[in-house]
Each structure stands twice: as C-alpha cells, then as structure tokens.
Design a protein around this ligand. Structure first.
Ligand SMILES: Cc1cc2nc3c(=O)[nH]c(=O)nc-3n(C[C@H](O)[C@H](O)[C@H](O)COP(=O)(O)OP(=O)(O)OC[C@H]3O[C@@H](n4cnc5c(N)ncnc54)[C@H](O)[C@@H]3O)c2cc1C
Length: 379
C-alpha cells in the first residue's frame, strides 16, 4: 500500500516483531486456542494496541492507509493474534475516537493505547446479523443512567476486553435513527460475558456472547448524541471492510511465497513442481488475484482518505479480496498436495482462518447487496 517512509519503517518493525515473537508461538496459539500472556505483554510494549489511537492519547495516530499497511504485515502471521490487534485498533476504538467527547477520550483511549484495556465492538444479536437494524437490545434513560437489556453474539475480543462499544435502541419509533452507541465496561453490574465459542479458525482470539440484564450504564458513557449509533457503526464497518481486505492481501502474499518455494524444492515425475506448466498457471492466478485485490483495496483507501463515503469501494474491495483469498488458499493446498493438508505446513490453518473473512464485517452477499443497491439507486 502507498504509505509514508515513517509508516514503512513502522511496518518493518512490526514485521520483525511478527517474525521473532509471534511466529514461534503460532502453533501453540493454534493448538491451545489462546494467546500467551507474555505475547500480549510484548505487544503492549511494542505499542501495537495504540497504532491507530491519536498521539495526544498515547497512540501512534495511524490513519487508514497506515492501518492497512500494518494489516498487510499482520496478515503474514497468526490469524487470531492479527485479529485481536486488528479489531482493537479498528472497529473497537473507531467509535470512541469518532464520537467520544474529551472526557470519554481521556478516560478510555490512553489505557486502550497502552493495551491495558482491550476493546470490543458489539453490534450483532441472535436475530440481527446481516440485518443489524433488527436489533432488540434497548437502552432506557433513567436519571443519570441508561438501563440496558438484551443480548449480543459472536463478539470478537469479548474474553479479554475491558471496554465494549455497544449499540442499543434508545428510541424504537425512530428506526435506525433511534440506535445509540455506548461504552460498557467489563464488571458493570448486569453485564454478562458468556463462554468463549469454539471456532473453525481464528484460534487464540476470543469470541463470546454478551448479555445485559437491567445493566446500568452511566449516561456519560453515551457516545455522541442519541441516535448516532447506527450511522457511526456503518462508517466504522466501511473502514473495517477495507482493513479486512488489506489483511487478505498480506495473507495471499505469504501463501504465494510459501507455494513458490515449495514448487522449487519438490520434484515429481522427474522434474520440479515449478516446471509443471499447469502448476505455474495456478501460481500465476494466485498472484493475479492478490494484485487485483490490492488494487481495489488501495482504491478504497484513497476514496476514504479523500473524505468521501467510499461505501461502494469498500464493499467491492471486501467481496473481491476475501473471495480471492479463498481461491488462493485453496490453490496453495492443492499445489502442496498431501503436505498442504498437514498441520505442520500451516496452510491448513490459513484455510480455516480464511473462511471467516467472507462472513464477518458483512457477508459477501451483503456486500453484493450494497453494490447492487448503489448501482440501481434512482437519481
Ligand atoms: C468469528 C466471528 C466474529 C465476529 N465478530 C463480531 C464482532 O466483533 N462484533 C459484532 O457485532 N459481530 C461480530 N460477528 C458477527 C458477524 O458480523 C455476523 O455473523 C455476520 O454479519 C452475519 O450475520 P449472521 O451470522 O447472523 O448470518 P445471517 O444474517 O443469518 O446470514 C445467513 C446467510 O444469509 C445470507 N443473507 C442474510 N441476509 C441476506 C440478504 N438480505 N440478501 C442475501 N443474503 C442474505 C448471509 O449472507 C448468509 O449467507 C462475528 C461473527 C463471527 C462468526
């Protein structure tokens, strides 16, 4: 991605961290479905939790282009670890940075920048997935508090998070304009965090349901004005989709390098795999898919960085990059033959990890609905 020299140097440092600290622990993370405490500490010391938080609150203040460059680097390592950091520095802090008042920013952002407090973003509910407007969680104002009741599911980082950005209905009569955004802290009475889900992939990064039972949240934890929650969630997700695309590009880079290396070393039928034209074409198609994904991701970054809405560009990048990753990882397994199916090579893990990107932050079908909706909109 196109970034400044400063961001490039930061990417090099993160790449070194990933190589030296994350990679050696990756198999352990995969097998234990947990991130070791010492790695969280090292990530805190490295400043990974503060990458996108404004400098005045203790972070590095990366913009979307910088965040995406880091996502590409993180795409080259353990997916659960990359998601923990990516979610925290993305959708889980964006709402506070965008809507928070000075007091809220001062209270939450410095501790989120240092990684002392991890963030989570809670929109999805049992009856409201692809259609978040169907949410049922309510927040009723009572004096200087809001009383929250409802449930959220599949919340990334829930097992570790201290600070949850939660969307809830404050005025049902206003539809989506009656949805507001709150910061709910772990330990608030009436706020329950359920058991970590067992998942196909993304091991190490926790995903859990949340419950709110007459949960009293101080009114000062409302982000922005009442009714701003849904619109901000959509903005947050638009940028989130671009960062997911960037991570997919990094994942494809790694798969392509790994597959090319294997093709050069493995021989069958009296010649190296690299000399079989059918396999060469598969490898070439992997690179074509990766480069097209990168181009669309860059276009979406540029659009958002210009201050434009970028909905179409973000959805196009997400649907293409996530589906390209699916094809690329499938080809990587195929070219590795039986070895691609074995855990030791790591492609099997990526095959499972890669499946989530077509589901979260809006499924492929929803991205297509958005694109078609914009194409068919009456002037
Ligand atoms: C591991 C994981 C982590 C997640 N992390 C978070 C998180 O941190 N915060 C959060 O709020 N949410 C999170 N989610 C939720 C995620 O965003 C939703 O799962 C996703 O939006 C899909 O919703 P759903 O699962 O209810 O599927 P459904 O909405 O029930 O969809 C089922 C199928 O129907 C299709 N479909 C639905 N509506 C339409 C339509 N209108 N047109 C065409 N097809 C349609 C979908 O594309 C899908 O194929 C996470 C999910 C997972 C699995």
């Amino acid at each position: 991605m196109a970034v400044s020299e400063e961001v490039r140097l930061l990417c090099d440092e993160v790449a070194k961290f990933v190589r030296e600290q994350v990679e050696p622990r990756s198999r352990w993370i995969e097998e234990n479905d947990a991130i070791p405490d010492d790695l969280i500490k090292l990530a805190r010391d490295m400043g990974l939790f503060g990458l996108t938080i404004p400098e005045e609150y203790g972070g590095s203040g990366l913009d979307l282009a910088g965040k995406c460059a880091i996502e590409e680097v993180m795409g080259q390592t353990n997916y659960g670890f990359a998601t923990l950091i990516g979610n925290h520095t993305g959708i889980s802090t964006t709402g506070i940075t965008a809507l928070g008042n000075e007091a809220q920013k001062k209270k939450f952002l410095p501790k989120m920048a240092s990684g002392e407090w991890v963030g989570a973003f809670a929109l999805t509910e049992p009856q409201a997935g692809s259609d978040p407007a169907a949410m049922r969680t309510t927040a009723v104002k009572k004096g200087d508090r809001y009383i929250l009741n409802g449930e959220k599911i599949y919340i990334t980082n829930a097992g570790l998070a201290q600070v949850f950005t939660v969307m809830a209905i404050t005025d049902k009569s206003k539809g989506i304009k009656g949805i507001s955004s709150f910061v709910v802290e772990r330990g608030t009475p009436g706020f329950g965090i359920g058991k970590n889900e067992l998942k196909m992939g993304m091991h190490g990064c926790t995903t859990a349901p949340l419950s709110f039972t007459d949960c009293e949240v101080p009114a000062e934890n409302l982000l922005g004005a009442e009714g701003m929650g849904y619109v901000q969630a959509l903005k947050t997700l638009t940028a989130g989709r671009v960062t997911v695309s960037a991570r997919c590009c990094g994942m494809m880079d790694k798969l392509i390098t790994q597959t090319a290396e294997y093709m050069k070393t493995r021989s069958q039928g009296g010649k190296r795999l690299a000399e079989h034209q059918g396999l060469q074409w598969m490898l070439a198609d992997m690179a074509v898919a990766r480069d097209a994904a990168r181009g669309l991701t860059q276009r979406a970054i540029d659009t958002l960085m210009r201050g434009e809405r970028g909905t179409m560009e973000a959805s196009t990048a997400k649907v293409f990059s996530t589906e390209a990753l699916g094809r690329v990882v499938d080809a990587a397994v195929q070219i590795h033959g039986g070895m691609g199916y074995m855990r030791e090579v790591g492609i099997e893990t990526t095959f499972r990890d890669a499946r989530i990107v077509r589901i979260y932050e809006g499924t492929s079908e929803i991205q297509r609905n958005i694109i078609a909706g914009l194409l068919l909109k009456d002037d």
